[in-house]
Design a protein around this ligand. Structure first.
Ligand SMILES: NC(=O)c1ccc[n+]([C@@H]2O[C@H](COP(=O)([O-])OP(=O)(O)OC[C@H]3O[C@@H](n4cnc5c(N)ncnc54)[C@H](OP(=O)(O)O)[C@@H]3O)[C@@H](O)[C@H]2O)c1
Length: 256
């Protein structure tokens, strides 16, 4: 008997990086999955890897920033599985031009729409089912730059992740009476394709000392396998060896 046998987990942004590692970890404990991303190709390949662990996997191409797309995605999950126990709000984006001086209103909007509104739309769509089951776990993947604004991470990204902290608290305030719990997962730098989209991508040496996607996946697995009576409200996970990012900040500000 595995710890998540009989459970259904929705993981957004599960075609690569952290989301893929989280979905694989949940599958390794027996959870059936619905995995979400916009691009079908990488999502389909990830789904095959997960099915090899012996669980059922529904691939859902959806844009989490679009409420109709999210509602249709959750409807398809309920049609397929008839239940939904875990939501991991993991999908997130950042923009190349991200400083206060550079960011455009459209890039600000896209960042907030995906990182914050996307988490709200997915949560809103799953809550009626979780309430009716009298239980559910929602993991919201934030970032160290949500605790303290970061120049390399950018102004919209930092603000969207800081707001996600408040949203996570609101879920616990409103829904714990219904048996639903939420955890804000706060990772430092993680070696995923996301970090290679920076204006100055990190070297392979720098990526080697970052957290790896599997580390964050282990943290999420811990949170969702705690007895339902216990809520891990926040979990901070940092690389043991911290990089000095002064040069990244200078580069972002055009001072290098
Ligand atoms: N890497 C880091 O250093 C780091 C540190 C702290 C926190 N985080 C956070 O951790 C989470 C995962 O990051 P990552 O590094 O694994 O990212 P990643 O490698 O860039 O992967 C992002 C995933 O999200 C999906 N996605 C993006 N926009 C989407 C949308 N609108 N609708 C649905 N899916 C969407 C992508 O697939 P498609 O493009 O096909 O949609 C992809 O599967 C993000 O929230 C990120 O902000 C990252």
């Amino acid at each position: 008997m595995k710890r998540l046998d009989g459970k259904v987990a929705v993981v957004t942004g599960a075609s690569m990086g952290m989301g893929k590692a989280i979905a694989l970890a949940l599958a390794s404990e027996g959870a059936n999955l619905a995995i979400v991303a916009r691009r079908e190709g990488p999502l389909g390949e990830a789904a095959e890897e997960m099915r090899a662990l012996g669980v059922q996997v529904l691939s859902c191409t959806a844009d989490i920033a679009d409420s109709d797309s999210v509602d249709a995605m959750v409807e398809s999950v309920l049609e397929r599985y008839g239940r939904l126990d875990i939501l991991v709000n993991n999908a997130g984006v950042n923009m190349p031009n991200r400083t206060l001086a550079d960011i455009t209103p459209q890039d600000w909007k896209t960042t907030v729409d995906v990182n914050l509104t996307g988490a709200f739309l997915c949560t809103r769509a799953v809550l009626p089912t979780m309430r009716s089951l009298g239980q559910g776990t929602i993991a919201n993947v934030s970032s160290g730059s949500g605790r303290r604004a970061s120049i390399p991470a950018g102004v919209a990204y930092s603000a969207s992740k800081a707001a996600l902290s408040s949203f996570n608290e609101s879920i616990n305030l409103a829904e714990r009476k219904n048996g639903v719990r939420a955890c804000l997962i706060i990772p430092g730098e993680v070696n995923t394709p996301h970090v290679m989209k920076r204006l100055y991508p990190p070297s392979s040496e720098a990526r080697a000392i970052m957290l790896q996607p599997e580390d964050v996946a282990a943290a999420v697995l811990f949170v969702v396998t705690m007895p339902q009576r216990a809520t891990v409200e926040e979990l901070v996970l940092m690389p043991t060896v911290r990089r000095n990012r002064d040069d990244d900040a200078k580069a972002a500000l055009g001072q290098r």
